[in-house]
Design a protein around this ligand. Structure first.
Ligand SMILES: Cc1cc2nc3c(=O)[nH]c(=O)nc-3n(C[C@H](O)[C@H](O)[C@H](O)COP(=O)(O)OP(=O)(O)OC[C@H]3O[C@@H](n4cnc5c(N)ncnc54)[C@H](O)[C@@H]3O)c2cc1C
Length: 291
């Protein structure tokens, strides 16, 4: 079923942005392919939201069919030492299934509040591991139907994949290894404590704003060095905790976030001669001004 004019702010962790012109929640592969064909027949663009944890949506909304995977496309189960996750399955659910089956190797994702499919799109990672390290393959669907692609075909690198617009990750298989529920729990607790000590975990954010320009210069350190911690535009604030996060301090708009990003990018360029590349994904006609 295709709905119209659905607010997207509630589908993002930052809580900003306008409406989707069309919105659907396919629950099976067939429903997903039907939705993609519906869009192709009408010349409507397709966008996907996962858990919206790395998304900034234009305040005026998105002129597209926005898909959010549900039902079996958001479930996960274990098969031997393989974790089989729908593209829309929350990382927390995947981790829960792995832990219950005594499988380790996915703990690094405990602090990444996204989905299996969003993780493929972003090649998400933390603490020295990323999706491509554990990914066996992914079922990628477009209006022509599904294909199964491995990590090389997906072209995964630092916060990058080769997925094209309109391609939807419907299923992901992860290769995990034998562990114990207690060991997984202990590792997760340690990683979450580390995370809590350095990042604004109790605020509305969309995670890292910019990619790190290099191993030597983190985006957060560069922005902090420009004196921007706590800098506010409208309802958006550069996190006083970690400068590569923008917090929604109440009633922020996506335009406020974008203005703050532009200011940070301009100042870092002036001071370090480095062009920050945004990690957060834009939905709708959002653009940073040229430097
Ligand atoms: C507090 C916080 C901490 C974070 N920490 C980390 C971290 O340590 N490491 C890290 O890498 N990221 C981190 N993030 C960012 C974010 O959680 C990851 O990028 C995550 O993988 C995004 O998944 P998502 O489902 O929320 O995707 P969304 O934010 O919904 O979408 C991100 C992109 O993926 C695409 N997408 C989503 N689902 C699919 C799908 N099924 N098929 C095709 N494309 C899809 C979207 O179209 C969009 O382009 C953090 C975010 C927050 C809020």
């Amino acid at each position: 079923m295709i709905d119209e004019h659905v607010p997207l702010a509630r589908h993002t962790t930052i809580g900003t942005g306008g409406r989707a012109r069309f919105f659907a929640r396919p629950e099976t592969l067939d429903e997903l392919v039907d939705a993609l064909r519906w869009a192709r027949e009408r010349g409507v663009a397709v966008e996907v939201v996962g858990l919206g944890s790395n998304l900034l949506v234009h305040d005026a909304g998105v002129d597209a069919l926005v898909l959010r995977l549900a039902g079996e496309l958001a479930a996960a189960h274990v098969d031997g030492e393989t974790l089989v996750a729908g593209g829309g399955a929350a990382n927390a659910v995947c981790l829960h299934r792995a832990r219950a089956a005594g499988l380790g190797g996915f703990e690094f994702a405990s602090a990444i509040p996204g989905s299996a499919g969003g993780g493929v799109r972003m090649n998400a990672g933390a603490y020295g591991r990323e999706w491509r390290d554990v990914l066996v393959d992914a079922v990628v669907v477009d209006a022509d139907g599904p294909r199964t692609l491995g990590p090389t075909e997906l072209d995964l690198s630092y916060r990058h994949s080769g997925l094209r617009p309109g391609e939807v990750v419907a299923q992901v298989r992860f290769a995990l290894e034998s562990s114990s529920a207690e060991a997984v729990k202990a590792t997760v607790a340690e990683l979450l404590a580390r995370r809590k000590a350095t990042q604004p975990t109790n605020k509305r954010t969309f995670g890292s704003v910019f990619k790190n320009p290099s191993a030597e210069l983190g985006a957060g350190r560069a922005i902090e060095a420009c004196g921007l911690k706590g800098h506010r535009i409208g309802g958006a604030v550069v996190s006083p905790r970690h400068a590569n996060f923008i917090e929604n301090a109440g009633r922020a708009t996506s335009a406020d976030c974008l203005a703050l990003m532009a200011e940070a990018r301009r100042r870092v360029h002036e001071r370090f001669g480095v062009e920050l590349e945004h990690e957060v994904r834009f939905l709708g006609p959002l653009e940073l001004p040229p430097l």
